[in-house]
Design a protein around this ligand. Structure first.
Ligand code: GYE
Length: 322
């Protein structure tokens, strides 16, 4: 009996110590201190219109949900994201969410979070870790499906087009790998072929530079398939500078459907956009709350998305949120 009491007392003391321990990070507001949830979010960067909209969605949703957000921008560098995650572990946040810049190389830091009993939620991009117990759930789009939609549209609307150049997203990133795969599957067995493919790092300047090089080195370009709107918009600048008409001389297909992309689509400079929604904030906060309450969450939550032609873009633009 005495032993039992001692054990119970020790447990209380330990809890008190833990609470004290987090006293120096009291501003982090961990659940142990004041019942408020603190989320550490390690963002990829600010490489595109999509990313900016995604960051805004996460910040606004955290505020609306009463969740304290610690936010970091990794400038598209994995080492920065790993540092940010380690610092969230040190600060004893309640939950960590992040959008992994590339798929590989996360096991060690995810194991550190697991050992510290801090649940991790993947948003937007996937990791290739075999041990799926390293994270609670993965919220985001089906990028293979997006690539397929782009390829299916082209198959149906290719006309005499044959030669496709591809502007890939960040090398090693899930959306770059999967959008390539889905597109290639869709155009397989048709006369369409990818004659050149390079990364533009999901940025406008990257898309422009790669397209400038393609226009010099590839004799006949019929189609540009860009893994995001920003690279497509960069390619438009390069095409115009080369004296060609984007959307007519060269068909352009992109992914995302952010406002700038939709505006170019409505103007006929892009021919087709596959939507990828950056508005993941509300779902992320809901999932975080559930995970912290110990409720079951699905291992995978897929975002619902559509596609746009120029006519559909014109209709959607006035009420477009991002
Ligand atoms: O398509 C692109 C951004 O991971 C889905 O990252 C995201 C992609 C998005 O830079 O614009």
């Amino acid at each position: 009996m005495l032993k039992k009491i001692t054990t119970a007392a020790a447990a209380v003391m330990l809890a008190a110590l833990t609470a004290c321990g987090s006293g120096d990070t009291a501003s982090s507001g961990t659940t142990a201190d004041d019942g408020k949830i603190t989320m550490g979010f390690a963002q990829v960067g600010a490489e595109s219109g999509w990313r900016t909209a995604n960051t805004k969605s996460i910040q606004e949703s955290a505020e609306a949900a009463g969740i304290e957000l610690k936010f970091s921008d990794a400038q598209q560098k994995q080492e920065n994201q790993i540092k940010a995650i380690r610092s969230y572990i040190q600060q004893k946040v309640d939950v960590i969410a992040f959008s992994p810049v590339v798929e590989t190389g996360w096991d060690t830091v995810l194991l550190e979070a697991k050992r510290a009993n801090i649940p991790v939620i993947l948003t937007d991009r996937a990791v290739d870790s075999e041990d799926t117990s390293l994270y609670k759930t993965f919220l985001g789009s089906d990028f293979v499906e997006e690539g397929k939609k782009a390829g299916e549209w082209l198959k149906a609307n290719a006309g005499s087009a044959v030669n496709v150049v591809e502007l890939q997203g960040t090398t090693g990133a899930a959306p770059a790998i999967d959008r390539k795969e889905g597109f290639e599957k869709a155009i397989a067995g048709t006369p369409l072929k990818i004659v050149a493919s390079q990364t533009g790092d999901f940025t406008r300047s990257g898309g422009k530079q790669v397209m400038e090089a393609f226009l010099k080195s590839v004799p006949q370009i019929d189609v540009v398939y860009a893994h995001n709107d920003d690279m497509g918009l960069g390619a438009i600048e390069a095409i115009k500078a080369a004296g060609k008409v984007p959307g007519k001389d060269i068909k352009i297909i992109t992914v995302d459907a952010v406002k700038d992309g939709m505006t170019a689509l409505a103007a006929g400079e892009i021919n087709f956009i596959v939507e990828c929604s950056p508005l993941l904030g509300d779902q992320l906060m809901d999932l975080a709350k559930k995970v912290l309450k110990g409720e079951e969450v699905p291992a995978r939550v897929v975002t619902e998305e559509t596609t746009f032609t120029p006519e559909q873009a014109k209709a959607a633009l006035p009420t477009r949120k991002y």
